[in-house]
Design a protein. Structure first.
Length: 174
């Protein structure tokens, strides 16, 4: 099973996954000879992407050309354990098979505000008009994905808070 966590930039996807990972034991998986892990093995699931340092994590941290293959490779080793994929923002793959989707649907203004604060705390540039367009286009793209998933009878959950998203994912892992 793949659990796909969707949400716009700044919705809180990385925060949800980092809280899920917490201080639990994890084994980093290096699939592409990079200096950071491409995934992690946790006791009850695998998590795709890396969560090292201050960078946000998940699918956005993988090379675009290797995202689908990384998911395939992790599924090969996962056995019966679920695979959690956060995002990736802007290049979300529409998945097939045993997929469960959690959409952290937050207002665009809240996502934008969170993204601006995050960038400023890291000393990164903040181009508000560009960021606002990206958030809005991401929301439109995810809404379309959700329709496609629902038409394909994929299990979807729409949540409004990080706590709800975390609870939904934890429930799927039990």
């Amino acid at each position: 099973m793949v659990i796909q966590l969707l949400g716009a930039n700044g919705a809180g996807k990385s925060t949800v996954v980092q809280e899920l990972m917490g201080v639990r034991p994890r084994v980093p998986l290096y699939l592409w000879d990079r200096r950071v892990p491409d995934a992690y093995s946790l006791p009850d699931c695998y998590v795709v992407g890396h969560y090292e340092g201050q960078a946000c994590g998940g699918g956005d941290t993988l090379p675009r050309a290797k995202l689908s293959r990384t998911i395939e490779r992790v599924l090969e080793v996962a056995g019966r354990r679920p695979v959690l994929l956060e995002g990736p923002t802007g290049r979300e793959p529409t998945l097939a098979g045993d997929v469960r989707v959690v959409y952290l649907r937050r207002p665009a203004a809240a996502c934008l505000g969170n993204w601006i604060v995050r960038n400023q705390s890291k000393g990164l540039r903040t181009n508000v008009p560009v960021m606002e367009r990206r958030v809005n286009s991401c929301i439109v793209r995810i809404e379309r994905m959700m329709q496609a998933y629902e038409q394909a009878s994929i299990t979807t959950h729409v949540v409004r808070s990080r706590a709800e998203a975390l609870g939904c994912i934890r429930e799927m892992l039990t």
